[in-house]
Design a protein around this ligand. Structure first.
Ligand code: UT7
Length: 328
């Protein structure tokens, strides 16, 4: 049974040009290339310039996805931006993105579901297409994590990177789109990975700045443990809904926070390494941008294309989790 029938018309990504290597980080904090590679699989990450906001990357990724789809951004019926690092608390990053694309009229909204954000957003966009409400929607995961990271905290600053990835989806009469899906959340763990200040719970003050409450606070081990279990079980549930098993997967694109998390998830699902598409070594954890950038690079590398069964699975702040079985 097809859950959401749509075609991925185009993909695109936008990565800031500045590369920051592990050796560069070792000049800032007490760390080393060997520790970071061994514990996370990350070798370098991209870091946005001071004057680049999340919407700049989102607009770049959407522009490329539209070019790939052969349409103008103005032809979109809507855009959904998944991000945890919005340009401003309000308005939405989607509205800033519209402004930068020079388009208006269509709906524009943000989804805040951390690293699961892109899968959440694609699930919503898919249902808008299935309902007939929309014809062409851009879904983008975009983050500038470097501006919410505490660059003096070695346990978090080595993990994250900046980037954006987008897809444009449209209607089709073929059996393509979402074959199976699963999503969920558990707010009991909200404090395990969060940015304490800047919202209504703890408005910005001199004290919040002094105490570095505007940056990522994470209980790494707790996140790690839950990530492996939830990413594996979300993928299993989506496969079950699709009436498939892991043997049916052509390409597996897990959220890429830590190579060890990806590896443990892959082992639980008993998927061989050749079917995993990994970009973590070059980009680190780009939160909601990780999966769509991997999908775009997978298309460019010829690994993902029409007819392929692609499984995505993600886990992030909230906690949230989400998985899709897609027929490309
Ligand atoms: O997308 C979801 C968001 N985040 C995640 O998914 C992250 C999930 N968690 C993780 O990836 C891992 O827990 C980390 C990579 C964050 C940490 O790895 P770990 O194997 O759990 O290390 P640890 O926290 O147990 O730390 C081991 C040691 C500690 O030293 P002591 O206490 O044993 O002396 C840390 O202080 O490693 C130390 N350490 C570091 N050493 C060098 C922590 N960060 C670093 C570092 N360089 N960057």
């Amino acid at each position: 049974m097809m859950i959401h029938q749509f075609q991925i018309l185009g993909t695109g990504s936008a990565l800031p040009p500045r590369r920051v290597t592990n050796d560069d980080l070792a000049k800032l904090v007490d760390t080393s290339d060997s520790w970071i590679v061994e514990r996370t699989g990350i070798r370098e990450r991209r870091v946005a310039a001071d004057d680049v906001a999340t919407s700049d990357l989102a607009a770049g990724a959407i522009r490329r996805a539209c070019t790939d789809a052969g349409i103008e951004p103005g032809e979109l019926d809507g855009l959904i931006v998944a991000t945890s690092t919005p340009d401003t608390v309000f308005p939405s990053t989607a509205c800033w993105t519209q402004q930068k694309l020079g388009i208006s009229g269509m709906f524009a909204l943000d989804i805040s579901a951390g690293c699961s954000g892109f899968v959440y957003a694609l699930e919503l966009a898919g249902s808008l297409l299935t309902s007939g409400r929309c014809k062409k929607v851009a879904v983008v995961g975009a983050e500038v994590m470097s501006k919410v990271v505490d660059w003096s905290d070695r346990s978090t600053c080595v993990l994250f990177g900046d980037g954006a990835g987008a897809v444009v989806i449209g209607p089709t009469s073929e059996a393509r789109g979402v074959l199976g899906a699963h999503w969920g959340a558990d707010g009991a763990h909200a404090r395990s990975l969060y940015q304490p200040a800047g919202g209504t719970a703890m408005p910005a003050s001199e004290q919040t700045v002094r105490e570095r409450k505007h940056s990522v606070h994470m209980q790494g081990k707790n996140v790690f443990r839950h990530a492996v279990g939830q990413m594996a079980s979300a993928a299993q549930a989506a496969l079950q809904e699709a009436g498939m098993t892991t043997d049916d997967i052509d390409v597996f694109v897990p959220h890429q926070a830590n190579l060890r998390i990806m590896e443990a998830t892959r082992q639980r699902l008993q998927i061989d390494n050749q079917r995993v598409f990994s970009i973590i070594a070059r980009y680190g954890n780009m939160s909601a941008a990780t999966i769509p950038v991997a999908l775009d690079e997978g298309c460019r590398a010829g690994r993902i294309g029409p007819g392929k069964v692609v499984v995505t699975t993600a886990f992030g702040t909230g906690y949230t989790w989400a998985a899709h079985v897609l027929r490309w």
